[in-house]
Design a binder for this molecule. Structure first.
Ligand SMILES: Cc1cc2nc3c(=O)[nH]c(=O)nc-3n(C[C@H](O)[C@H](O)[C@H](O)COP(=O)(O)OP(=O)(O)OC[C@H]3O[C@@H](n4cnc5c(N)ncnc54)[C@H](O)[C@@H]3O)c2cc1C
Length: 489
């Protein structure tokens, strides 16, 4: 986990300044575009590690959190975007403790039945065990493990090992500041923890080399990458490993919505937050950045941080910047209150359908997964469905026999992963224009955004003449979450 920086370390940083911001001793003004996990974390770490000057965050929407957002359907609130955190997502763990956020974890006694659908039948299905007797749950849990083992054999353990090794390497990013360099590029950052090579090959290649059977790769691994990244096992090995890690035990989330991490960090970091303020241009003029918004406002900043993927944005840069072409995978999240149609899956009873329907890779399949979010009664449930294309009413009416409410969200969700990956620079112009989401080509999660943001904050400090912090920088104002920072999608 990240420890507090020692004064000595920051003094060293102070002496290796490579690009002083200005000759004056006024602390620099930092402007951050985007109020998601990345933008909020940059603000947090800048305050934590330095005596920086004013920080402005610009958010085009009227809520903070970006891809951490909730949706309310039939009076219940659910995660609409980023929903689960890994137990070793230590920045998120620390944020939730610091902000006194209530955490909800997986109930080990609560089972979710899984079915792997190929478009005409379930090729694999676990048994649902919704019993109040723990001995029944234990026996059926055991039966499910045996079924898994029979179908996938020792490949299951090989997959766990592959994930474990990757997660262990990632943990180096939480080493003390003294033992951890500041990284100027994504490549350097990944090489330092030994994860770069995983971005040069596909998950499929990595899993074959790890000795996994083709049936596990085609079914279980594919189901997971389709759920987490809407893509097949041809994504890079690193994005794939991160995706597989998100299917393990001990997963957790913030009660009431993960967006509260961003809101809390922003609240906590003495930030001027400009909501509904979309930045349309960034120009470097006379030693500073001029940011212009669609509303016609202009801001002067010594440092500018882009904390959002640039791929589908229309921000003009002067001078122009150059980053590799990157496409985003769109994930259509469809929320339905109603009841699914057992006939669609070849069953007579709703209770025969697994609570989580995953899918294999096939061009015929109109969705990547469907899960039950809440059972209100045997005939009334809330479902979340992910698909690569928008779900039409005609299709939904085949899958659901009752549909009282439907909400659709089209996310520019995460990069379309390739191998070998190409990374945009962290420093876009060689001066003080930074890009956190260059790291998203490695993997896209709330935690990887925070990890990249921490490095960007350190990079800014190491390249500018910001004073080192006092031993404990007490910038906190309040840990309460402002309710006006959020409303549902
Ligand atoms: C459907 C879905 C499911 C996911 N599931 C998980 C999960 O379970 N676990 C997990 O860890 N991750 C998950 N992710 C990924 C995770 O949401 C992201 O990796 C992470 O939240 C990215 O945070 P960010 O701050 O980098 O970007 P964003 O959250 O996208 O924030 C960028 C912000 O910048 C704002 N912005 C953009 N342009 C401008 C502009 N010109 N001016 C001002 N503001 C601007 C945007 O409105 C946005 O608020 C999921 C993502 C999706 C879409």
């Amino acid at each position: 986990m990240a420890a507090a920086p020692s004064v000595l370390y920051l003094l060293i940083l102070f002496t290796i300044i490579s690009a002083p911001l200005s000759s004056s001793s006024t602390p620099p003004t930092t402007c951050i575009i985007g109020s998601g996990m990345a933008g909020a974390s940059v603000a947090h770490f800048l305050r934590k590690y330095s005596h920086t000057g004013p920080i402005h965050i610009f958010e085009r929407n009227d809520v903070v959190g970006g891809r951490m957002a909730t949706v309310t359907i039939g009076g219940n609130t659910f995660e609409a975007g980023a929903s689960i955190l890994h137990p070793k997502n230590y920045h998120a763990v620390n944020f939730s403790k610091m902000l006194n956020l209530k955490v909800k974890s997986d109930d080990p006694d609560e089972s979710v039945s899984l079915g792997i659908w190929n478009g005409s039948e379930f090729v694999f299905k676990t048994i649902e065990y919704d019993s109040r007797f723990s001995w029944i749950r234990s026996i059926l849990g055991f039966v499910n493990s045996v079924r898994m083992l029979v179908r996938y054999g020792v490949s299951l353990f090989k997959m766990s090992r592959f994930v474990e090794v990757t997660v262990d390497s990632f943990l180096k990013y939480y080493q003390t500041l003294e033992s951890r360099p500041v990284f100027g590029t994504v490549e350097e950052m990944l090489k330092w923890v030994g994860l770069y090579n995983l971005t040069t090959r596909t998950l499929n290649e990595e899993l074959i080399d790890a000795g996994l059977s083709s049936i596990l790769i085609k079914e279980l691994a594919t189901v997971i990458t389709r759920i987490n990244y809407g893509q097949s096992v041809s994504i890079s090995g690193l994005a794939g490993a991160v995706s597989l890690a998100g299917s393990g035990g001990g997963l957790w989330a913030i009660e009431g919505g993960n967006w509260q991490m961003a809101a809390g960090l922003i609240n906590h970091s003495d930030v001027a937050l400009h909501m509904s303020e979309e930045i349309k241009s960034i120009s470097y003029v006379g030693g500073a950045y001029e940011l212009n918004s669609r509303k016609g406002n202009s801001y002067k900043c010594d440092v500018t941080v882009v904390a959002t993927p640039l791929d589908e944005l229309h921000i003009s840069f002067n001078p122009k910047i150059s980053i590799p072409d990157r496409k985003l995978q769109h994930t259509h999240a469809t929320f339905i209150r109603g009841l699914w149609n057992p006939a669609y899956f070849g069953f007579n009873h709703v209770s025969d359908i697994p609570e989580l329907v995953g899918t294999i890779e096939s061009s015929d399949l109109p969705f990547t997964c469907i899960s039950i979010l809440k059972k209100h009664s045997e005939k009334d449930m809330t479902y979340k469905m992910f698909s690569r294309q928008a779900m039409t009413d005609v299709l939904l009416d085949q899958i659901f026999s009752v549909r009282n409410k439907t909400i659709r969200i089209d996310w520019g969700a995460y990069p379309l992963y390739h191998s070998p990956e190409q990374f945009a620079p962290f420093i876009l112009d060689g001066i003080h224009l930074y890009y956190v989401n260059a790291f998203e080509n490695a993997a896209s999660t709330m935690e990887t955004s925070a990890v990249a943001a921490e490095n960007i904050a350190r990079l800014i400090i190491s390249r500018s003449s910001i004073e080192p912090p006092s031993i404990s920088s007490n910038y906190a104002t309040s840990a309460s979450i402002r309710s006006d920072l959020h409303s549902d999608l």
